[in-house]
Design a protein around this ligand. Structure first.
Ligand code: SAM
Ligand code: DTB
Ligand code: SF4
Length: 352
């Protein structure tokens, strides 16, 4: 990381500028993305999060990509809200296999007030294990966001999914504006924002540009930007969607990296369907976070061992530590080295 580099963080990207980035020759785009990445992050570190579905299926919303919508017959078995103890057990297992963040997802339009005591207890329990916490529970009003922040929730995930223009093709039961309001409630409550979208849903390149423009022009960039490749699930309206060319996927990651230099860009859903070379290119394009563990929420993710092998082949280390503004560089560097050594022994011994 080059600490002397004075970052230009912009919030006024025009559609024409973003379109021009997408249109660059591939090597030029990758070079630019790599340059930005190396100026802001340790280039061979990837943040590792594990997902846990705390409430599965029977969701009233109509998101066309989603196996958990009650409107589509996807054969998914619905499950009630998971017991707090079970969630803590899963979090312990995630920590033992090297995750530093635990993301809890619920198939809700929004949490009911009766659910709040359970989810806040989950946050406290997971945090007590020394993990970063993230939740994605649907729309939040101001007081729910405050309650989660008070419980110590670090990140809230709420995606914009696609461009404002394409959004109506994908979801009709909540608006783009609803999503922006939830994100604003999360920010006001002082939590970090995890917000991104899905590609490969039949959208045009201009929609991918439109999604990234929305994210990059927020008053503050989301700290975490998940870029999901659609996982096509039988029974959903998008089950037969044509594959997105992997180069277009990589371009989306590279442009996200250039527009949001200080954000973690997550190579999210869809890795199980990608070969190692495509994933390596995503890291080269500036992706520096993944979901780790054999399941996403309801669909498969690569086995942990396979990911360890990939990290080893590429010389990638799991990110152990985020450098916080209030720490001196020297302190941060010592803690970083210690945690790096601990993570090395966990990942690389297991990858043998
Ligand atoms: N119900 C909450 C909501 O929608 O905000 C939280 C859970 S929802 C499953 C979280 C995100 O997962 C969605 O916003 C979407 O971006 C992503 N997602 C869901 N199904 C997917 C699929 N088949 N492929 C890729 N991403 C998917
Ligand atoms: C995000 O952007 N991707 C994750 C997480 N946030 C919650 C979810 C991916 C879900 C993929 C489909 C499934 O497993 O159900
Ligand atoms: Fe429900 Fe979330 Fe799936 Fe939409 S994405 S159907 S809100 S679980």
């Amino acid at each position: 990381m080059n600490a002397s580099f004075a970052p230009t963080i912009r919030h006024d990207w025009t559609r024409a500028e973003i379109t021009a980035l997408f249109a660059l020759p591939f090597s030029d785009l990758m070079f630019q993305a790599q340059s930005v990445h190396r100026a802001h992050f340790y280039p061979n570190e990837v943040q590792v999060s594990t997902l846990c579905s705390i409430k599965t299926g029977a969701c009233p919303e109509d998101c066309a990509y989603c196996p958990q919508s009650a409107r589509y017959d996807t054969g998914l078995e619905r499950e009630k809200l998971m017991a707090v103890e079970k969630v803590i057990e899963e979090a312990k297992a995630a920590k033992a296999s090297g995750a530093t963040r635990f993301c809890m997802g619920a198939a809700w339009r929004s949490p009911k007030n009766k659910d709040m005591p359970y989810v806040t207890t989950m946050v406290q329990g997971v945090k007590a294990l020394g993990l970063e916490t993230c939740m994605t529970l649907g729309m939040l009003d101001e007081s729910q966001a405050q309650e989660l922040a008070k419980a110590g929730l670090d990140y809230y995930n709420h995606n914009l999914d696609t461009s404002p223009e394409y959004y109506g093709e994908i979801i009709t039961t909540r608006t783009y504006q609803d999503r922006l309001e939830t994100l604003s409630n999360v920010r006001k409550a002082g939590m970090k924002v995890c917000c991104g979208g899905i590609v490969g849903m039949g959208e045009e390149e201009s929609d991918r540009a439109g999604l990234l423009q929305q994210l990059a022009n927020m008053p503050e960039h989301p700290e975490s930007v998940p870029i999901n490749m659609l996982v096509k699930v039988g029974g959903t309206p998008l089950e037969n969607e044509a594959d997105l060319d992997p180069f277009d996927f990589i371009r989306t990651i590279a442009v996200a990296r250039i527009l949001m230099p200080q954000s973690h860009v997550r190579l999210s859903a869809g890795r199980e369907q990608m070969n190692e070379q495509t994933q390596a290119m995503a890291f080269l394009a500036g992706a520096n976070s993944i979901f780790y563990g054999e399941k996403l929420l309801t669909t498969p993710n690569p086995e942990a061992n396979k990911d360890m092998q990939l990290f080893k082949k590429l010389g990638i280390k799991p990110e152990a530590y985020e450098v916080h503004e209030d720490e001196s560089e020297q302190e941060a560097s010592i803690v970083h080295q210690l945690q790096e050594a601990a993570m090395d022994s966990m990942f690389y011994n297991a990858a043998k």
